[in-house]
Design a protein around this ligand. Structure first.
Ligand SMILES: Nc1ncnc2c1ncn2[C@@H]1O[C@H](COP(=O)(O)OP(=O)(O)OP(=O)(O)O)[C@@H](O)[C@H]1O
Ligand SMILES: [Mg+2]
Length: 327
C-alpha cells in the first residue's frame, strides 16, 4: 500500500504570553492508501492541532508550525501557498471538525453548504450541484433530503448536522478524510450509524481516514493502525490488533483499562491517576512519569525515544529501551 500522508517530526507551537505551548512536538505518522489511522489520547494531547496542521489551519495569531514535513500524495503541504491549499482542502483532503456548528455557516441553508465545494472544486453548475447535494443528503441516511437541504443548521439535531458535515466532506470524493471526534456528541445508535457510513464510503472509494477519538471502542471498530499521543508526542503506535492485544506503554495500558466495554458490567471504571501535565511546565523527562505505576529514575530526567517494538509497532518508554536494543 502506498503512503498517502506522511507527517515527519511535526512541531506546532503556540506562543502565549505565559510561555510556549508545544501542542504538537515531534509527531510523525503515516496514512497509507485505503487505511484508517486513529489518533487517540486524552484531552489536550495535540490530536486536533495535528489534524489542523495538515489542513493548514493550525497557524493563526499565536500558533505556528515551527518544524517538520507534511507530505500528501507527493506534495509538501507546508510549501503550498494559500490558493493551492484551498484547492486541496475540501477536494483531495476533507475534514469533519470537532465542533460541527463552528464549521457550518448559520445563515446558509445546509444544502447550499454542500453545494459550495461541488461548484468550487468540481465546477458543477448550480442546478447539478443542488441535485448532487440532495443525493448526498439522502446517501448519509437523511429522509426528505429536498426539505432538509433548505433547512438552516439551527433547525437540525446534532446527529443530522454531523451527517450533513459528512455529506459535505465526501462530496468531492476526497482521497483523505480527517474526522475529528465525529461521533463524540452523539448517542450510541447514531454513533454506530455514522461509523457504519464512514466505513461504507471508505470501502466504496478506497478513501483513507485519519480519525481522531478518545473512545477506544470507536478505535476497535474503525482502525487499521493506531497512534497514541500524550502531551504533544507519539508514545506508542501499531496495528490495531497488535496494540490492543499487546500494549506496551503504561499509558496505552491505562487507556485500554479505562475503556468502558459495551454490554459488560463494570462495577468500577478504571481511571488513569492524575492529569495530563500543564504544557507550560514540561521538563525533559517522560511526560507520563508522574502518573506511571512503573516509573524509574531515568523517566524523570530523560525523554524516551520512539523505538521499534515489533512489526509495525513502536513505543517510547524506558521500560523497553533495553529489550528493544536487541530486536
Ligand atoms: N489557539 C490556541 N492557543 C493556545 N493553545 C492552544 C490553542 N489551541 C490548542 N492549544 C493547546 O494545544 C494543546 C493541544 O490541543 P488540541 O486541541 O490539539 O488537543 P486535543 O488532543 O484535540 O484535545 P481534545 O480531546 O480535548 O479535543 C492543548 O494544550 C491546548 O490547550
Ligand atoms: Mg481535539
Amino acid at each position: 500500500m502506498r503512503d498517502l500522508l506522511t507527517i515527519e517530526n511535526l512541531r506546532t507551537h503556540f506562543f502565549a504570553p505565559e510561555g510556549t505551548i508545544k501542542a504538537v512536538d515531534g509527531v510523525s505518522l503515516r496514512v497509507r492508501e485505503g487505511e484508517t489511522v486513529c489518533i487517540v489520547g486524552e484531552s489536550g494531547c495535540g490530536k486536533s492541532i495535528t489534524a489542523l496542521s495538515v489542513m493548514g489551519l493550525a497557524a493563526g495569531s499565536s500558533g505556528k508550525v515551527v518544524g517538520g514535513r507534511i507530505e500528501f500524495d507527493g506534495r509538501n503541504l507546508l510549501e503550498l501557498d494559500k490558493n493551492e491549499l484551498r484547492t486541496l482542502r475540501g477536494h483531495e483532503i476533507a475534514m469533519i471538525f470537532q465542533e460541527p456548528m463552528s464549521s457550518l455557516n448559520p445563515v446558509l441553508p445546509v444544502g447550499e453548504q454542500i453545494m459550495e465545494p461541488l461548484i468550487e472544486h468540481l465546477k458543477l453548475g448550480k442546478k447539478a450541484a443542488r441535485a448532487r447535494a440532495i443525493e448526498l443528503i439522502a446517501q448519509v441516511g437523511i429522509a426528505r433530503p429536498e426539505q432538509i437541504a433548505n433547512a438552516y443548521p439551527h433547525e437540525l439535531s446534532g446527529g443530522m448536522l454531523q451527517r450533513i458535515m459528512i455529506a459535505a466532506a465526501i462530496s468531492c470524493s476526497p482521497k483523505l478524510l480527517i474526522a475529528d471526534e465525529p461521533t463524540t456528541a452523539l448517542d450510541v445508535t447514531i454513533q454506530a450509524q455514522i461509523l457504519d457510513m464512514l466505513r461504507r464510503f471508505k470501502a466504496e472509494s478506497n478513501m483513507s481516514i485519519l480519525l481522531i477519538t478518545h473512545d477506544l471502542g470507536v478505535v476497535a471498530e474503525m482502525a487499521d493502525y493506531v497512534v497514541v499521543m500524550y502531551a504533544g508526542k507519539v508514545v506508542e503506535e501499531g496495528e490495531v490488533t497488535e496494540l490492543f492485544s499487546h500494549p506496551k506503554h503504561p499509558y496505552t495500558k491505562g487507556l485500554l483499562r479505562s475503556k468502558p466495554i459495551l454490554n459488560h458490567r463494570q462495577d468500577e471504571l478504571y481511571a488513569i491517576p492524575g492529569q495530563v501535565p500543564n504544557p507550560l511546565e514540561l521538563t525533559v523527562s517522560c511526560y507520563f512519569h508522574d502518573r506511571c505505576g512503573q516509573c524509574m529514575d531515568v523517566c524523570r530526567s530523560r525523554e524516551p525515544r520512539l523505538r521499534e517494538a515489533g512489526e509495525r509497532h513502536r513505543v517510547a518508554c524506558w521500560l523497553y529501551e533495553e529489550a528493544v536494543a536487541y530486536v
